[in-house]
Design a protein around this ligand. Structure first.
Ligand SMILES: *Cc1c(COP(=O)(O)O)cnc(C)c1O
Length: 404
């Protein structure tokens, strides 16, 4: 489909449907699902030749599976990467990318604003293996420059960041990292593969939690690591093959279905989010709104230069701290309270007491996560219904203030 159907490369929305689509002799329209743990051989000789690498044959689903391969190939085509390996979760993708590459005595520099478990891996797990870790403020190039002034083996960052939607200058940080000898790993979950192309801006490896926008409908967990074929084959694949963070073929099939509609979903979610950010900013009960494409975001120009839309997440600070933030969340009828994101249903999170509870008060203060901050993952509802729901919850706060 993609190699010889036409000389012109397929555009993303088409790739999401036709990329790496391989049909069995039954001619099924939708991808077949190969729910099998193992594979059989025609002969002992074929098994032998498979293990020596003389013939190509699936061996065991921990190493590879046709449904998982279809998902990996479609992801690679979409990302513009040479190779992809799918994993059971987003965290398996992040930990496999780092642990397969680093060894004792190495050094990693990471942006401080990371997804909670990514922060834990860098701050708590890697040092146990004698890997030095240094955190910097992702938006401050001077800190990156200083941290990367000595030889370094890996850089890990997330842009926009969770939950304050801070932007890291990908091109500038990749240049600094490469000069220090580091491989750059970008967690591109918030931007999605359609909204930002880290590999084109210099990154070496891109990781995803497919649990978020790629499934996008709250069903399965999954992860993906994308990068150069040589690194994936020589460094990542032996680690995955022998440690076992493999994706289930059932989940790969669900994720292939998710990819089919992802372009439509993430565009509609980003359009809703931009509108909801403006709606929230107009409320006197809200002190501040963070959305990458709004004129009051301190890095709006950088966000517009490296992203094609502002994303589906909005952060905002309710006046009155935790009590008022909780009151607002509890008054919502349509928007659900959840620590998840990237779902077709809108979800509200109070980071200080959930996703970022464990990072501690001092680190939260450094990251700007006050007790009044709410992270909103905007879904596919009609924006007018979301405005009605948020508006009713906000007027409950206003009414209370007026009564006091
Ligand atoms: C959710 C998420 C992860 C972890 O993914 P899981 O699929 O939950 O393991 C990593 N990074 C970011 C930015 C995320 O949002």
């Amino acid at each position: 489909m993609t190699d010889n159907a036409s000389a012109r490369p397929l555009r993303p929305a088409t790739l999401l449907l036709h990329g790496a689509l391989e049909r069995t002799p039954f001619g099924e329209t939708s991808e077949a699902m190969f729910l099998t743990s193992g594979f059989v051989y025609d002969s002992a000789e074929q098994a032998e030749r498979t293990f020596t690498g003389e013939v190509s044959h699936y061996q065991y689903s921990r190493f590879g599976n046709p449904t998982v391969s279809a998902f990996e190939q479609r992801m690679a085509l979409l990302e513009g990467a040479e190779a992809c390996r799918a994993t059971a979760t987003g965290m398996a993708a992040v930990s496999s990318a780092l642990l397969s590459h680093l060894k004792a005595g190495d050094r990693i520099v990471a942006a401080r604003a990371l997804f909670g478990s990514c922060h834990w891996i860098v701050a708590n797990l890697l040092p146990r293996y004698d890997i030095e870790c240094v955190f910097v403020d992702g938006a401050d190039l001077a800190q990156w420059r200083e941290a990367l002034s000595v030889p370094t083996q890996a850089v890990l960052l997330e842009t926009p960041s969770n939950p304050m939607l801070e932007i890291v200058d990908l091109r500038a940080v990749c240049d600094l990292a490469h000069a220090a000898g580091a491989m750059v790993v970008v967690d591109n979950v918030f931007a999605t593969p359609l909204g930002q192309k880290p590999l084109e801006l210099g990154a070496d490896v891109v990781v995803y939690s497919c649990t978020k926008h790629i499934d996008g409908q709250g069903r399965v967990l999954g992860g993906a690591v994308l990068g150069r074929a040589k690194w994936v084959e020589d460094v990542l694949q032996p680690f995955i093959r022998n440690t076992g963070p493999a994706m289930s073929p059932f989940n790969a099939w669900v994720l292939l279905k998710g990819l089919e509609t992802m372009a439509l979903r993430v565009e509609a979610m980003a359009a809703n989010a931009a509108r909801i950010a403006d709606f929230l900013a107009a409320s006197p009960a809200i002190a501040r709104v963070w959305y990458p494409f709004r004129a009051d975001h301190p890095q709006e120009a950088l966000a517009r230069a490296q992203m094609s839309n502002g994303g589906s997440l909005v952060a905002f600070e309710v006046r009155g701290g935790k009590a008022e933030a909780f009151r607002l969340m509890n008054a919502l009828r349509l928007v659900a309270i959840s620590n998840n994101l990237g779902d077709s249903r809108s979800l509200a999170t109070h980071p200080a007491t959930t996703t970022h509870m464990r990072v501690g008060a001092e680190e939260r203060a450094r990251l700007g996560i006050t007790d009044g901050v709410i992270r909103l993952s905007v879904g596919l509802e009609d924006a007018l219904d979301l405005e009605d729901d948020l508006g009713a919850a906000l007027s409950a706060l206003d009414a209370r203030e007026a009564a006091e």
